[in-house]
Design a binder for this molecule. Structure first.
Ligand code: ARG
Length: 462
């Protein structure tokens, strides 16, 4: 007989290479806390239901509490001989308390055990990610709040388009990360179902109390179908999808910081503490953190694709392929969390250069739409205005002038409707102030956004 916990049916041990290949302890040891919490609840449930004695349950509980302490104190060495975290802990327990330890696995399978452990781990990961996002939202709010008067060009096709405020641009990102926050929140609501008690996949013949387990482990509901309970990894995929979207938002933001910190833009300066130098070019100050976040976004997408690909062809219920679900989730969580945190640090310390951003906004005809709107206000149909201003821009380009540099006579050569009031109307600040629509860049509108944001932050800060 093999010496494994499951060895009864075997005539010899697995080969050394199979043992090593099969083992997941190197990575699933991260589930130790959840595994112990799940087992303690399970033992308590078994005693309540009269399936094991109260003394056995007490011995198991004390044994597991001791193991938890010892793991946290670094006193326990796991072994690949016991394959995974579940069997490592069970073996140590039995070594320490004897027979009661052997009763723990009654009415349970490693399938519902790993399902509950991983779900609890992921639940915590989602909650922590939401905390990370909270911090980022505060950083974005702060920088937006202090740049309500900073004018910059808004871009489309990376060509200067219309003037906006720096606060407005920042608040666009606030919206994105606020949606990310709510996506993680939704994920949490959907995933918070308890798979423990499903057994291997069809339930168990013992009179167990799943509702007790659900309550004890902080779940909102019990998984309704035992086969689904042990097969489902949707929640992890949802976390990875949400993480990918969030990383994509971070990556776009990073791309802008990289552009803006270049000499060509010079809109911002990233603090020395979040920049690096070149080994050969003494003048260089590189935005490595932002570039790395942009790069690591690919890694998070990769983690998501890994798990989607693992799951796509699996028949119900449990298959060993599913052991591979953990590394991508661990990696995406670690990566995203580090990215959000360093990104928020970078935002908190970066310097914005309002004179330069405003200068860029006055160049590049960002007031051309407003000049067209001016003619509309004088009764010219918009399509005609568009054509007139287009010709004016062409003229200005060839004479190296801005629209506001032309005299009234010169303007009237293009349209007789131009009047002295055009200059005030196409002033860059007026262009911003003149925006009337909900959600616009006008100073007033952005002030409203900040008020809403402040309220939202207070709500989530609780
Ligand atoms: N280490 C396994 C995993 O992570 C635990 C579940 C094993 N179940 C089984 N029937 N082999 O998926």
């Amino acid at each position: 007989m093999s010496d494994k916990l499951w060895g009864g049916r075997f005539t010899k041990n697995e080969s050394a290479s199979a043992l090593e290949f099969n083992a997941s302890i190197d990575f699933d040891k991260r589930l130790y806390r959840q595994d112990i919490e799940g087992s303690r609840a399970h033992a308590a449930m078994l005693a309540r239901c009269g399936i094991i004695s109260q003394e056995d349950a007490d011995a198991i509980d004390a044994g597991l509490a001791g193991i938890l302490q010892d793991i946290e104190d670094g006193k326990i060495e796991f072994t690949i001989d016991n394959e995974d975290i579940h069997m490592n802990i069970e073996s140590i327990l039995t070594e320490r308390i004897g027979t009661p330890g052997k009763r723990l696995h009654t009415a349970r399978s490693r399938n519902d055990q790993v399902a509950v452990d991983f779900r609890m781990w992921t639940r915590e990961a989602v909650q922590n990610t939401m905390e990370d996002l909270k911090r980022l939202l505060h950083s974005i709010y702060t920088i937006a709040e202090s740049h309500q008067d900073t004018i910059m060009p808004g871009y489309t096709h990376l060509q200067r388009a219309q003037p906006v405020t720096f606060a407005f641009h920042m608040m666009a990102y606030f919206e994105m990360f606020k949606r990310d926050y709510s996506r993680f929140h939704d994920c949490l609501i959907r995933m918070n179902e308890n798979p423990l008690g499903a057994g291997a996949m069809s339930g168990t013949g013992y009179h167990t109390d799943r509702a007790f387990l659900t309550e004890a482990l902080g779940f909102d509901r019990t998984c309704a179908n035992a086969m689904d309970a042990v097969s489902d990894r949707d929640y992890a995929l949802e976390f990875l999808s949400d993480a990918s979207i969030c990383a994509m938002h971070l990556s776009r933001f990073c791309e802008e910081l990289i552009l803006w910190s270049s000499a060509e833009f010079s809109f911002i300066e990233i603090d020395d503490a979040y920049s690096t130098g070149s080994s050969i070019m003494p003048q260089k100050k590189n935005p490595d953190m932002a570039e790395l976040i942009r790069g690591k976004t690919g890694r998070v997408y990769g983690d998501m694709m890994t798990l989607f690909t693992i799951m796509k062809g699996l028949p119900l219920a449990y298959n060993k392929d599913m052991q591979e679900d953990k590394p991508p989730v661990f990696d995406a969580y670690d990566t995203l969390s580090a990215c959000i945190s360093i990104f928020a640090d970078m935002l908190d310390t970066m310097t914005v250069k309002p004179e330069i951003t405003a200068m860029a906004a006055t160049k590049g005809f960002t007031n051309a739409t407003d000049a067209a709107d001016y003619l509309v206000s004088k009764g010219v149909p918009f399509r005609e205005c568009h054509a007139i201003i287009g010709e004016l821009v062409l003229y200005c380009i060839s004479h190296d002038k801005a629209l506001e540099d032309l005299s009234l006579d010169q303007l009237r050569d293009f349209a007789p409707q131009f009047d002295e009031d055009v200059y005030a109307r196409i002033d860059i600040r007026t262009c911003i102030k003149a925006k009337k629509s909900e959600g616009s860049t006008s100073f007033e509108s952005v002030r409203g956004m900040l008020e809403h944001a402040d309220q939202f932050l207070k709500e989530i800060d609780g």
